[in-house]
Ligand binder design. Structure first.
Ligand code: IDP
Ligand code: MG
Length: 160
């Protein structure tokens, strides 16, 4: 059964991508999901979610000492976010490239932040920065039952 896909499974990673409240409020949900879909990654988790304060603080715990931390927590909890798990070979680094630099004014045109945002404090989307953090963040934002295992019909046309 699709042995070539099984062989490449060892390189498969999962990343946590989140459309932040500004992305939802600005009607960019479809646009952002489309970029990951078109690239060829596999969606394995998806929900609209009002993030509570404690979860936001846990997600961004490495930034706790930063002066912008309180405003960051306020931002992330200011409205619903779209939580996503995306799978694929090299998806963690690739998603960071698709997203672009943290400061949208420095993000390249063609990236999500480069095309759709102007300020670091309103940069519309989050992406995990390592495979380990991808695992950690998916476990943090999703219940096990909310992540689906499935094989996209297009898989043999994406992976040789
Ligand atoms: P990243 O989202 O590109 O990985 P991080 O440095 O991990 O960037 O910061 C997490 C988030 O914190 C950013 O996406 C942004 O929303 C916010 N942030 C980072 N630096 C600043 C800042 O200097 N001012 C305001 N918000 C910031
Ligand atoms: Mg980060």
């Amino acid at each position: 059964f699709l042995p070539h896909l099984v062989a490449s499974m060892t390189q498969v990673e999962t990343t946590y991508i989140m459309i932040k409240p500004d992305g939802v409020q600005r009607g960019l949900v479809g646009e952002i999901i489309t970029r990951f879909e078109k690239k060829g990654f596999k969606l394995s988790g998806l929900k609209l979610f009002q993030c509570p304060q404690d979860l936001a603080e846990e997600h961004y715990k490495d930034l706790k000492s930063k002066p912008f931390f309180p405003k960051l927590i306020e931002y992330i909890t200011s409205g619903p976010v779209v939580c996503m798990a995306w799978e694929g070979i090299g998806v963690v680094a690739s998603a960071r490239k698709l997203i672009g630099s943290t400061n949208p004014l420095q993000a390249e045109p063609g990236t999500i932040r480069g095309d759709l945002a102007v300020q670091t404090g309103r940069n519309v989307v989050h992406g995990s920065d390592s495979p380990e953090n991808g695992q950690r963040e998916i476990a943090l934002w999703f219940k096990e039952s909310e992540v689906c295992e499935w094989t996209p019909a297009q898989a043999p046309w994406l992976i040789e």
